[in-house]
Design a protein around this ligand. Structure first.
Ligand SMILES: N[C@@H](CCC(=O)N[C@@H](CS)C(=O)NCC(=O)O)C(=O)O
Length: 201
C-alpha cells in the first residue's frame, strides 16, 4: 500500500501511529508528498482530488482518505482494538478523536493565519481562545484519559498536543493544562509516538 506521507503532518502522524501499534509498518510504502493549501499537488490529486495528506492507495488502486478512514481501515486489517465497539467506550473514543482533530484543524488554520503578511487579529484571538478553553477542558479529562484503554481518541489528542510542541512552543500549554501534560508524558513513552515525532525537512 502506498501512503502519501510527510514527516511534518499531524494527520499523517495519526496514521503512522496506528500502523506502528498494529504492526503494519512494513506494509506501507511511504511516498513523500507535499500538500500545501495554496499549491495543489498534481501528482497527489491523481489519488485524492482534494490534494490532502494522508492518502492511502491500496494494491488495486483504490484510494482512501481522510486520516480517520485510513486509521479505521488499518485497524480492521490488523485486527486491532483502536476503534472500540462497545457503546460507552466507542462514543468516548470517537469524541476524543473529534476533539483532537478539531483542535488540530484550529491550530493549522491559526498557523496559516499568523504567517500571513497582515494576520487578521480577531481570527488569531478566536483560535487562541478556542485552544486555551480546549486545553482546560482536556485537563479536566486527563484522569479519564489515563483510565480508559488506549484508542484512536488517545492517538488524535496526542497528535494535537504534539503539534503544540512542534509549532506553538511559545504558548506554554503545559502550564495551562498540567494534568494533561502528565498524561501526555506517559503517552509519549510509547515507541509509536517516539518514532513519529514531527520534524522539518
Ligand atoms: N481532515 C483531513 C485533514 C488532512 C490535512 O488537512 N492535511 C494537510 C497536511 S497537514 C493537507 O493536506 N493540507 C493541504 C491542503 O489543505 O490543501 C485528515 O484528517 O486527513
Amino acid at each position: 500500500m502506498r501512503l502519501h506521507w510527510s514527516p511534518k503532518s499531524p494527520y499523517v502522524r495519526k496514521v503512522m501511529i496506528c500502523a506502528h501499534e498494529l504492526d503494519l509498518l512494513d506494509r506501507l510504502e511511504l511516498v513523500r508528498s507535499v500538500a500545501a493549501m495554496l499549491k495543489p499537488n498534481e501528482r497527489l490529486m491523481k489519488d485524492n482530488p482534494l490534494s490532502k495528506i494522508p492518502t492511502l492507495v491500496l494494491e488495486d488502486g483504490f484510494a482512501l482518505f481522510d486520516s480517520i478512514v485510513i486509521c479505521e481501515y488499518l485497524n480492521d486489517l490488523g485486527g486491532g482494538s483502536l476503534f472500540p465497539g462497545q457503546a460507552v467506550d466507542k462514543w468516548q473514543a470517537l469524541r476524543w478523536h473529534a476533539f483532537g482533530d478539531g483542535l488540530l484543524d484550529a491550530l493549522v488554520l491559526w498557523r496559516n493565519e499568523r504567517e500571513r503578511e497582515v494576520p487578521l487579529k480577531p481570527l488569531i484571538d478566536a483560535f487562541e481562545l478556542k485552544t486555551r478553553v480546549s486545553l482546560k477542558q482536556l485537563d479536566d479529562e486527563a484522569q479519564a484519559l489515563t483510565e480508559t484503554p488506549f484508542s484512536i481518541g488517545h492517538i488524535a489528542l496526542g497528535c494535537a498536543v504534539g503539534y503544540l510542541d512542534y509549532r506553538f512552543d511559545t504558548l506554554g500549554w503545559r502550564s495551562v493544562a498540567p494534568r494533561l501534560a502528565q498524561w501526555y508524558a506517559e503517552l509519549n513513552r510509547r515507541p509509536s509516538f517516539q518514532t513519529t515525532e514531527p520534524v522539518d525537512g
